[in-house]
Design a protein around this ligand. Structure first.
Ligand code: CP
Length: 306
């Protein structure tokens, strides 16, 4: 079996078969991560560049670890120590890296569309690690994997994405991927944090966190993205927490079977209390572990195509 796609730019146009193949392949790699020797020779001889123009902890480190676990050669590009600081353009940077004979590029950038642009100027296989407010496909894949691992399925599950939907690439990739896999997707947020065209995605909208918690199987809770000016959409972080924050009281009053996800990094005391972030309803660190397996699966499936 092989993927129909040559690059992973987003989940908007990725088929159910391709998503299923990535999730199923990740199961095998997840088992590798529990072995005493957590390494396979699958991508020996393949060179992968991690091109991160924006801050990251989870995505950058888990891609790098996934590459090492697959025995690929890894190059890490950092804007702060590169010739970008001397004025070199993005295109010149990429063409110079490409001249070193690399095979795959993992890219994170503050501008939406940069991964697509890379496919036009490079012969490498491109994986989007988050582009502006557009998509973050491997995050949505690891979220889907983690839900399926815990609840056994995606089809028919009621999954609500809570928080700053308007600024979130994680929300968009989750909406595309979950709907393709047959889940019932909704969002819950203040009206100022919901994009105006959301109904066109076939997504139910809640503005009451109690109702959303009662009526769903899963809450995927997003970070308030202060660096993208999300603070201007709400009166204050304290008020946001009072009306939309996930607390033990919200869970215990409405739905003790709820499963809580968060892509990280968490603003503790804003979108979620510390008690919930560290408590029995969440699988936040399982998501991080599964992220390595998902990224191994995507690297393997794209890196061994042809
Ligand atoms: N979830 C996520 O993308 O986290 P990082 O920004 O730390 O990579």
């Amino acid at each position: 079996m092989s993927l129909a796609i040559n690059h992973l730019l987003g989940l908007q146009n990725v088929s159910k078969n391709d998503i299923q193949l990535i999730l199923d392949t990740a199961v095998t790699f997840r088992e590798v991560l529990d072995r005493p020797i957590k390494k396979v020779p699958t991508l020996k001889g393949t060179t992968v560049v991690n091109l991160f123009y924006e801050n990251s902890t989870r995505t950058r480190l888990s891609f790098e670890l996934a590459e090492k676990r697959l025995s690929a050669d890894t190059l890490n590009f950092s804007t702060s120590t590169s010739s970008t600081k001397k004025g070199e353009t993005f295109k010149d940077t990429v063409r110079n890296i490409e001249a070193m004979k690399i095979d795959m590029i993992i890219v994170r950038h503050k501008s939406a569309g940069v991964p697509l642009y890379l496919t036009k100027i490079s012969n490498a296989s491109i994986i989007n690690a988050g582009d502006g407010q557009h998509e973050h496909p491997t995050q949505a894949l690891l979220d889907m994997y983690s839900i399926r691992e815990k609840l056994g399925k995606l089809k028919g599950l009621k999954i609500c994405i809570v928080g700053d939907i308007r600024h979130s690439r994680v929300a968009l990739s989750n909406i595309y991927g979950l709907k393709t896999m047959g889940a019932e997707v909704s969002v819950c947020a203040p009206p100022t944090m919901i994009p105006k065209n959301l109904e066109t995605f076939g997504v139910k909208v809640y503005t009451d966190i109690h109702k959303a918690t009662r009526e769903n199987d899963v809450l995927n809770v997003l970070r308030i993205q202060l660096e993208r000016n999300a603070g201007s959409s709400i009166p204050s972080l304290r008020e946001y927490h009072n009306y939309f924050g996930i607390t033990s009281e919200v869970i215990e009053k409405n739905n003790k079977d709820i499963l809580i996800l968060h892509p990280g990094p968490i603003n503790r005391g804003v979108e979620m209390s510390s008690e919930v972030a560290d408590g029995p309803y969440q699988i936040i660190l399982d998501q991080v572990t599964n992220g390595v397996a998902i990224r191994m699966a995507v690297l393997y499936l794209l890196g061994t195509k042809n």
